[in-house]
Design a protein around this ligand. Structure first.
Ligand code: ZN
Length: 237
C-alpha cells in the first residue's frame, strides 16, 4: 500500500476518504496485534513468576558452607538472590583476614584475596562491634546490596553468628509480593486501582532513568547507591 497516493491529485475526494479509512483500518489491526502480544507477554511472565514464587516457598537451596549467617539468608531470600549471596560465601575460602588496629570496639582489618596463583588483592574492612556495622572498600553492599566475601570473612573472624537486620534486605525477601504484578493487562484496565496507576507512572518514569544509566557501569553504580538511600528513607516513612 502506497501512502503517497493520498496526496495524489489523481485521486478524487471519495477515493481519498476510502484510502484513509483503509489505512486507519490497517493501523487499527496492527495496534490490536501489538497489544494482544503485549498482553500475552504479561500473562506468561506473571505465570512464570507465580511458578518461581511457589518454587521459592516450597524448596530450599542447600547452604554452601556451615555458616549460620548463610542459613539466615537461605530462609529469607528468593532463590535467585540467595545464589548471589552464596557465591560470596564460597569466595571466603580465597580470603585471608588479619586485624590491623582496634579501638573501642572498632576494628580495621586487611583482607587479602587470592585471585589467581600469582595475584592477590588487598581490601580494607572495618567492623564496629557495637553497631555491628561492617564496611569494605570494594563497596559491593553499597552498590549491589550483597555483602562481599571480604566482609563475610571479617564477620567469621569476629565470630558473628547473627547478622544485623540492615544487611538482610526486604526487597529480596521471598515473603513480599512482587512489585510488578501491579502491572495489569489491557482487559483489566477498568479495574485499575489508584495504586496500580501510580505504579504504571513510576515504571514509565524509571524506564527513562534506567535507559540512561544502562549506558555505563559507573552510572548503574551511582543509581544503586541512590536507590539504597531512597529505600532507607522510604522505610523510615
Ligand atoms: Zn569487599
Amino acid at each position: 500500500m502506497d501512502s503517497s497516493l493520498l496526496g495524489s491529485p489523481l485521486l478524487g475526494r471519495d477515493e481519498k476518504h476510502a484510502k484513509e479509512r483503509e489505512y486507519a483500518f490497517i493501523f487499527q489491526q496492527l495496534l490490536e496485534t501489538i497489544l494482544k502480544q503485549y498482553d500475552n507477554c504479561l500473562a506468561s511472565r506473571e505465570q512464570a513468576e507465580r511458578e518461581f514464587d511457589v518454587a521459592d516457598f516450597h524448596t530450599v537451596i542447600p547452604c554452601a558452607t556451615k555458616s549460620i549467617i548463610e542459613a539466615q539468608f537461605q530462609h529469607v531470600y528468593t532463590h535467585e538472590k540467595f545464589k548471589e549471596v552464596q557465591a560470596q560465601f564460597r569466595g571466603k575460602v580465597d580470603c585471608i583476614t588479619r586485624s590491623m588496629y582496634s579501638t573501642l570496639g572498632f576494628t580495621t582489618y586487611e583482607v587479602i584475596e587470592q585471585v589467581s596463583n600469582s595475584t592477590s588483592n588487598k581490601f580494607v574492612v572495618t567492623y564496629d562491634a557495637v553497631s555491628r556495622d561492617v564496611k569494605c572498600h570494594c563497596l559491593l553492599f553499597e552498590s549491589r546490596g550483597i555483602l562481599c566475601r571480604h566482609s563475610l570473612s571479617v564477620l567469621s573472624f569476629e565470630r558473628v553468628d547473627n547478622m544485623a537486620p540492615k544487611y538482610i534486605l526486604e526487597r529480596w525477601s521471598k515473603n513480599i509480593k512482587r512489585r510488578h504484578t501491579h502491572i495489569k493487562s489491557r482487559q483489566d484496565e477498568p479495574l485499575l486501582e489508584p495504586r496500580s496507576k501510580r505504579f504504571d507512572e513510576l515504571v514509565f518514569w524509571s524506564h527513562n532513568i534506567c535507559e540512561f544509566a544502562s549506558e555505563f557501569k559507573e552510572l548503574i553504580e551511582i543509581l544503586h547507591r541512590a536507590f539504597d538511600k531512597v529505600i532507607a528513607e522510604m522505610e523510615e516513612y
